[in-house]
Design a protein around this ligand. Structure first.
Ligand SMILES: Cc1cc2nc3c(=O)[nH]c(=O)nc-3n(C[C@H](O)[C@H](O)[C@H](O)COP(=O)(O)OP(=O)(O)OC[C@H]3O[C@@H](n4cnc5c(N)ncnc54)[C@H](O)[C@@H]3O)c2cc1C
Length: 444
């Protein structure tokens, strides 16, 4: 008899013996109830951080250092951290998946905060309570860094069929999700023809990144001899930021592939017949990436923190203090990262970048520590830095830096320095920048 057959018979005998023994009553399956308390509060005062992206992870880590006496709980729906920065490079295999993906449990263990993986469903600011799919939890301070939502309603109204078709076939991969995988497959299986990319109207997440994406997709098509034309339909009158650097890259490297069309605001999109009508003309396409309008994340709408335009309409972004990022009527509640609305009459929004979200998270960790000690909050001035890869053979990047200071009139002033000269050194700096950021908040 073979060993496999002997152990099979042994297993069958064991099973038969087991069935003769009366079994203890099975435990009731454990069901989460959204109405039950997910994590009762202990003696320590608690900060709940919503969203484990660039802002949320930075806040949770730095709070453990600035306010070790507070309990810190990070709530995030995804099981792993997926970085949007560097994801354009991943689309065409300049970096691999390990570069972008990091565990949530690693940094939680390393820094000593609690990570709960669940969907946040609502925020009750009166009760200081967060509702999740698995129950609720109470807070003393709340930090919301939930990123953006992509809205297709301005194009389609409530036409769910058109929205769903666009999301399924032409999604933009601008939030950490499976959309990135779908986009990578789309690029790799494109056989040729017109590839359209629309940009959202500003303000939107990472303003220079759509042009970087166009360069990298063009580089991939060029290397693989795919007979493709990329049309960038841009609602802005010119490329910005790093306009001259991108223009040079388009002309020098991708003249036969990329066409940038300015003042091309989408008026109508027919995703079924593949026609997009814009203020700069109508375009047929074979494949596309449609970037819907960017707005503050759903949670910011639910918590009632959306600002108003001068004519009383929703601004679609969070109304927060320009330096402390807390709500006017709720100083223990902070909104940071890409959801933040206009902060200055000079420049409007901070650039919606991972760098800025990290800086805001670090600042808020200090503000909460100061509030906990009943000290006055000392404003921290932040900065921004972005590198964009425009060439792959050789690897060359351009960059933009933003600095801020408080102006004599009591509002923030921005200075911007574009570095248009593409070179390898900037790509190397980009890799160093990313490694420093990951070590700051995402490494376990
Ligand atoms: C292609 C691309 C390239 C980029 N390149 C750069 C770059 O080079 N440099 C740079 O600085 N920035 C870059 N960015 C921008 C950067 O990704 C964002 O600015 C940054 O992620 C914003 O941080 P955040 O914390 O506001 O949002 P996110 O990092 O998006 O985090 C939000 C988190 O909240 C979670 N969440 C939302 N709602 C819920 C809910 N209801 N329940 C539970 N969890 C929830 C989400 O799952 C997510 O993990 C790039 C972005 C893109 C798309």
């Amino acid at each position: 008899m073979t060993t496999a057959r002997r152990s099979l018979l042994k297993g069958a005998a064991a099973l038969a013996a087991l069935s003769a023994v009366p079994l203890p009553a099975l435990a009731q399956p454990f069901l989460f109830s959204p109405t039950s308390e997910l994590m009762p509060k202990g003696k320590k005062r608690r900060v709940v951080v919503l969203g484990g992206g660039w802002g949320g992870l930075s806040t949770a880590k730095h709070l453990r250092q600035t306010a070790p006496d507070l309990e810190v709980v990070l709530v995030e729906k995804n099981p792993i951290f997926w970085s949007c920065p560097l994801s354009n490079k991943w689309l065409i295999d300049v970096v691999d998946t390990q570069f972008l993906v990091h565990s949530y449990t690693g940094p939680a263990r390393r820094w000593g905060y609690t990570y709960i993986q669940t969907e946040i469903t609502d925020i009750d600011r009166d009760k200081k309570r967060v509702h999740t799919a698995q129950g609720h939890l109470d807070y003393d301070w709340l930090v919301v860094s939930a990123g953006i939502r992509v809205s297709y309603e301005p194009w389609f109204g409530n036409d769910r069929k058109a929205i769903s078709h666009t999301l399924t076939h032409y999604s933009s991969a601008y939030v950490p999700s499976a959309e990135h995988l779908a986009l990578k497959q789309k690029i790799k299986s494109f056989k040729g023809g017109t590839f359209v990319m629309t940009l959202p109207p500003p303000p939107h997440r990472c303003p220079p990144s759509p042009y970087e994406r166009a360069c990298l997709i063009a580089a991939y098509f060029q290397r693989n001899k795919i007979p493709a034309k990329i049309l960038i339909l841009d609602p802005k009158p010119r490329i910005a930021p790093i306009g001259a650097g991108y223009k040079l890259a388009f002309e020098d490297l991708y003249d036969d592939i990329i066409t940038h069309v300015p003042n091309a605001r989408v008026k109508e999109l027919d995703p079924f017949n593949r026609v997009v009508k814009t203020t700069a003309g109508d375009f047929k396409f074979d494949d596309a990436i449609f970037m819907g309008h960017h707005q503050a994340a759903d949670l910011v709408w639910k918590m009632g923190a959306i600002g108003k335009t001068p004519d009383g309409k929703p601004s679609t972004w969070a109304a927060v203090h320009p330096e402390y990022y807390n709500l006017k009527d709720d100083p223990n509640v902070f909104v940071i990262g890409d959801s933040v609305g206009a902060v200055s009459p000079q420049f409007g929004h901070y650039p919606k970048s991972g760098h800025v979200a990290n800086r805001m998270g670090r600042s808020v960790a200090q503000y909460i520590a100061q509030q906990a000690k009943e000290q006055a909050m000392k404003p921290v001035i932040i900065d921004n830095l972005c590198y964009m890869l425009v060439n792959t053979e050789p690897l060359e990047a351009i960059s933009v830096q933003f600095d801020y200071k408080m102006g004599p009139e009591g509002h923030l002033i921005q200075t911007q320095v574009d570095d248009h000269e593409r070179r390898k050194q900037l790509w190397e700096e980009d890799l160093r920048w990313y490694a420093t950021m990951i070590e700051d908040f995402a490494a376990g």
